[in-house]
Design a protein around this ligand. Structure first.
Ligand code: B4P
Length: 192
């Protein structure tokens, strides 16, 4: 099994690159953002609560996203590997993920961290907000709050994986195809 974390701030290209990576490597894509948006569109109680938090640019509680990932892992027993996109976002989520994978006798092979400047992030998300209909992209204040939340709670997750020597920084600015090439180069060094 090959399990990969695609890491980076909001707007760094995780969703964009994940689609291309799963097509090339046949991994199961687990995006907590997509799972939460699906709950919102179905107007479930979880989705209605999550929307209030996401619209402020804050992180949804750890228990909620850990529960979603745990169910998704159990629901895909035949996956040849998982691509985690937007998860883990806190140390507590990282520790929970390690335990869940341990129970399945597997682990994270590598964390690929996309490196993008804050001004480029804001530019991309403001642009996406013009067409996406996503309320968390709808104004620059919320976008900057998401980046601040990333800096205060999520950036440290890379330190957690650095302890195990699993973090590789990848250039996240430039064309989508060039960035994809950089990510594939790192995966090809590690995958069987
Ligand atoms: P996510 O859905 O994870 O979304 P994101 O971080 O905003 O964006 P992503 O990084 O995937 O965007 P992409 O670059 O693809 O999270 C949304 C919210 O859900 C969070 O704020 C939080 O509230 C909640 N949440 C999710 N997971 C959670 C967790 N584990 N714990 C707690 N809360 C959680 O795309 C950005 C734009 O850039 C696109 O328009 C794209 O076209 C463009 N783009 C991509 N690559 C580009 C390039 N190379 N050049 C130019 N533009 C590019």
């Amino acid at each position: 099994m090959f399990n990969l974390i695609l890491f980076g701030p909001p707007g760094s290209g995780k969703g964009t690159q994940s689609e291309k990576l799963i097509a090339r490597y046949g991994l199961k894509h687990l995006s907590t953002g997509d799972l939460l948006r699906s709950e919102i569109s179905q107007q479930t109680p979880l989705g209605l609560e999550a929307k209030k938090i996401m619209d402020k640019g804050q992180l949804v509680p750890d228990e909620v996203v850990i529960g979603m990932i745990s169910s998704a892992l159990d629901g895909n027993p035949d996956a040849k590997g998982f691509l985690f996109d937007g998860f883990p976002r806190t140390d507590k989520q990282a520790e929970a993920l390690d335990k869940l994978l341990d129970l399945k006798k597997t682990s994270i092979a590598v964390m690929l961290a996309l490196n993008v400047s804050e001004e480029e992030l804001v530019k991309r998300l403001v642009k996406r907000g013009e067409t996406s209909g996503r309320s968390d992209d709808s104004n620059e204040g919320v976008i900057r709050a998401r980046i601040a939340e990333y800096n205060s709670k999520t950036a440290a997750v890379a330190e957690y994986y650095k302890k195990f020597d699993k973090v590789v920084l990848v250039k996240g600015e430039g064309s989508v195809d060039d960035i994809f090439g950089g990510l594939c180069g790192e995966i090809d060094k590690r995958i069987d």
